[in-house]
Design a protein around this ligand. Structure first.
Ligand SMILES: Nc1ncnc2c1ncn2[C@@H]1O[C@H](COP(=O)(O)OP(=O)(O)O)[C@@H](O)[C@H]1O
Ligand SMILES: [Mg+2]
Length: 367
C-alpha cells in the first residue's frame, strides 16, 4: 500500500507514491488534515507525525512551551501583556518583568510565522515599543537573540539524525540580513563537505534535537540549531515541513518507512523495530564507567549502548557470573514506549558522575 503524504509544500511531491508498505499509513509534513481511520482516531492507519505534533511544531508559542516543559536548550522567551509593558518569562503569568528590565537584543516572533516572515531583530527598548505597536499580544513572543556564529539544520527521528546541513551565510548578504539564516541568504553545506564544520558537541546537539522532537511529539522533523565556536548551542525551532532538495528527498524516503514500521510494531504490541538493539544485553557486571568520549556512535543504533557503557575491569569473577545481568529484553514487560535507548543515552550523557552502579542504571532505564 502506498504511503499517503499530506503536505502543502511542492517540494514534498517527490515523496508521493514513492513508498510502499504492507499496511495503511500517512505522513504529515505541515498538514493537519484529519483522516478517519488513523490510530489516533481508533483506526489502524499508522501515522508519522500526528495532527497534535504538527500543531505543536507550527505554533511557536506551543513549541516553546513544550521545549520549556521538557527542558530543551532553547532561547529564553517571554509572552507579552496586552499593553506591551510587561513580559512573562516562559509564559509564567505569576512573574512579570517590566519593560525597563528587558535586555537586548531580542527577536520578536509572530507565533504562526514561518520561513522568516514574522521575525524581527529588536535592539533597544524603543525598537521593542515600535515593533509591538498595533500587535495582538497573544500572537507574539519575544526571545533572547543568540549571536552564535554557525547554524545547522538536523533532520531527526527518535533514533537520532539522518541528515544534516550547515547553513553558511553568503558573503554578499547585507548587514541587516545577517542575523538570521534561511534559503535567501545561505549556502547549504552537507556533512561530507569539509566546510560543514562539525561542532565538537555534535552528539549532545543530536541528543537535544531528539529531546525537542519528543517534546513536540513529532516522529520526523528538522531542527534549526545555532552553535558558537566553543560548541555551545541552542535549539531555535522545530520544523514539520522543511523544504526538500534532492538529497533531503532521498533521506526522507529512507527514514519515513523506518518510522512507520516502528510505529506499526508499537501499535501491534511488538518490541519496536528500533528495539533490535533492545534485544542486546546492555549491562553485564555491577559498576560501569560511562565513556562519554565515544558517543560518536550515537547514530548507529546497534552500537549505542555499548559505546556508552564499559564494564568495569575490577568486577570480580563471582559478580560476573551472577545471573542478575540486566537485559532490557527480559524487561519487556515494561511498556514498549518506555524502552527507549535514545533517552537512556541522553540520561547517561547528563549523568553527573563517571561511574554508575547497576541499581542506579536500572533506575535510569525504568524511570
Ligand atoms: N533567538 C534567536 N537567536 C539567534 N538567531 C535566531 C533566533 N531566533 C531566530 N533566529 C534566526 O532566524 C531564523 C528564523 O527563525 P525561526 O525561529 O527558525 O523562524 P522561521 O519559522 O521563520 O524559520 C533562524 O533560522 C535563525 O537563523
Ligand atoms: Mg526556522
Amino acid at each position: 500500500m502506498k504511503v499517503q503524504i499530506r503536505s502543502h509544500h511542492p517540494s514534498h511531491d517527490a515523496l508521493r507514491g514513492a513508498m510502499e508498505l504492507p499496511f495503511k499509513s500517512v505522513v504529515r509534513l505541515g498538514s493537519t488534515t484529519n483522516l478517519e481511520d488513523t490510530v489516533t482516531n481508533g483506526g489502524d492507519r499508522i501515522e508519522c507525525n500526528t495532527i497534535e505534533s504538527i500543531k505543536n511544531s507550527s505554533n511557536k508559542l506551543l513549541m516553546k512551551k513544550r521545549f520549556t516543559e521538557f527542558s530543551v536548550k532553547t532561547a529564553d522567551w517571554w509572552t507579552i501583556s496586552t499593553d506591551g509593558n510587561s513580559f512573562y518569562p516562559s509564559d509564567n503569568r505569576s512573574t512579570s518583568i517590566p519593560i525597563r528590565d528587558m535586555q537586548y537584543p531580542l527577536v520578536g516572533k509572530y507565533i504562526y510565522g514561518s520561513r522568516n516572515t514574522g521575525n524581527t531583530l529588536i535592539k533597544s527598548k524603543e525598537e521593542l515599543v515600535n515593533w509591538f505597536q498595533g500587535k495582538n499580544a497573544s500572537q507574539y513572543i519575544v526571545e533572547k537573540f543568540f549571536n552564535y556564529s554557525q547554524e545547522f539544520r538536523l533532520h531527526c527521528t527518535e533514533e537520532g539524525y539522518f541528515y544534516a546541513c550547515r547553513k553558511g551565510l553568503k558573503s554578499d548578504t547585507p548587514e541587516n540580513q545577517r542575523w538570521y539564516r534561511n534559503d535567501s541568504n545561505c549556502v547549504w553545506y552537507i556533512e561530507s563537505n569539509p566546510l560543514f564544520n562539525r561542532p565538537s558537541t555534535w552528539n549532545l546537539i543530536v541528543a537535544e534535537c531528539v529531546k525537542a522532537l519528543k517534546a513536540v511529539k513529532l516522529d520526523i522533523g528538522g531542527f534549526d540549531v545555532r552553535v558558537n565556536g566553543d560548541g555551545k548551542f541552542i535549539i531555535i525551532e522545530s520544523n514539520s515541513a522543511c523544504s526538500h532538495a534532492d538529497i533531503t528527498t532521498q533521506k526522507y524516503l529512507e527514514a519515513i518507512p523506518n518510522v512507520l514500521k516502528r510505529k506499526y510494531d508499537i501499535h501491534h504490541g511488538y518490541i519496536p523495530a528500533m528495539g533490535r538493539t533492545v534485544n542486546t544485553p546492555i549491562v553485564n557486571g555491577s559498576d560501569f564507567d560511562i565513556d562519554r568520549s565515544q558517543t560518536d556512535t550515537i547514530d548507529d543504533s546497534a552500537e549505542r549502548p555499548n559505546a556508552l557503557l564499559e564494564v568495569d575491569d575490577d568486577t570480580s569473577p563471582e559478580e560476573e557470573t551472577m545471573q542478575d545481568d540486566v537485559n532490557i529484553h527480559a524487561r519487556a514487560s515494561v511498556p514498549v514506549n518506555d524502552i527507549d535507548i535514545m533517552s537512556i543515552v541522553e540520561k547517561l550523557i547528563e549523568y553527573p558522575q563517571e561511574r554508575i552502579s547497576k541499581k542506579e542504571l536500572l533506575n535510569l532505564i525504568l524511570r
